[in-house]
Design a protein around this ligand. Structure first.
Ligand code: GLP
Length: 234
């Protein structure tokens, strides 16, 4: 585990962007798994700018969406799909090869989970981008007595239901890539930012691992970089 503290959100975002650019430049068919939410926003903005400026070829690059709120129409402003469209796809000068994702309003959820799971079996992720959740969740792998290996549907924890993305919406569950997908990723990039993450970050740094702090499991990954913006920590 490599932990890098930054004094500002901007600095953390620049470091994350550099790591992603490096991956895409070294491996033009990279598979990149994308978290959504406030934490990676600026990193994506910087990444889009660099890709467009340097005309980096995305013809063979694949984006995989880490997770999705269940039950909303895909083009609803609160979905992870809309987030990725607005912050990446619509702003990039060229489209990547494809976007693999859980469809937010899928009728057959099992089929949806199998679709992403099957893709991951054949195409391991090169960089898995994660944002530490308020309750130390990873994607929507919520604190629990046990964590699930494969792609799965999950009931949202009460804290997760207060997430800014779904404010005012009635969302009870989500779909996410499980711990196996996270652990089979060649590299994990976890970003930590915001005052609401301080307790979760302390738990992550406590020197123990437990499924009640899903992020703590990352201590077992052999290639994990954790970028921390400490500007809002006491
Ligand atoms: C939700 C999102 C994730 C995100 C996490 C943290 O679970 N679906 O993709 O990584 O929350 O979000 P934020 O960075 O806004 O705190």
């Amino acid at each position: 585990m490599q932990i890098i503290h930054s004094d500002t959100y901007e600095q953390m975002s620049i470091q994350g962007c550099d790591l992603l650019l490096d991956t895409i430049q070294k491996k033009n068919d990279a598979v990149i798994c994308l978290a959504t939410g406030s934490t990676p926003k600026r990193m994506y903005e910087l990444l889009v700018h660099k890709i467009n400026e340097q005309r980096i070829d995305l013809t063979n690059v694949t984006f995989v969406k880490l997770d999705e709120w269940y039950g909303l129409e895909p083009d609803h402003p609160s979905t992870c799909h809309t987030f990725i469209k607005q912050h990446l796809l619509d702003k990039l000068y060229m489209k990547p090869k494809c976007l693999i994702e859980f469809t937010s309003n899928a009728v057959d959820v099992t089929q949806e989970l199998i679709k992403v799971e099957t893709y991951l079996k054949e195409h391991p992720i090169d960089v898995m981008i994660l944002g530490l959740g308020m309750n130390a969740h990873l994607g929507l792998n919520e604190p629990s007595q046990q964590l699930t290996l494969g792609c799965h549907q999950v009931m949202l924890n009460s804290k997760t239901k207060t997430h800014d993305m779904i404010k005012g919406e009635h969302v009870e569950s989500g779909m996410t890539i499980g711990m196996d997908g996270i652990f089979k990723s060649k590299q994990v990039l976890m970003l930590v930012s915001g005052s609401s993450k301080e307790d979760a970050y302390k738990d992550f740094m406590s020197g123990t691992i437990t499924t009640q702090v899903p992020a703590s499991m990352l201590w077992l990954h052999t290639n994990c970089v954790c970028l921390v913006d400490t500007s809002q920590f006491k």
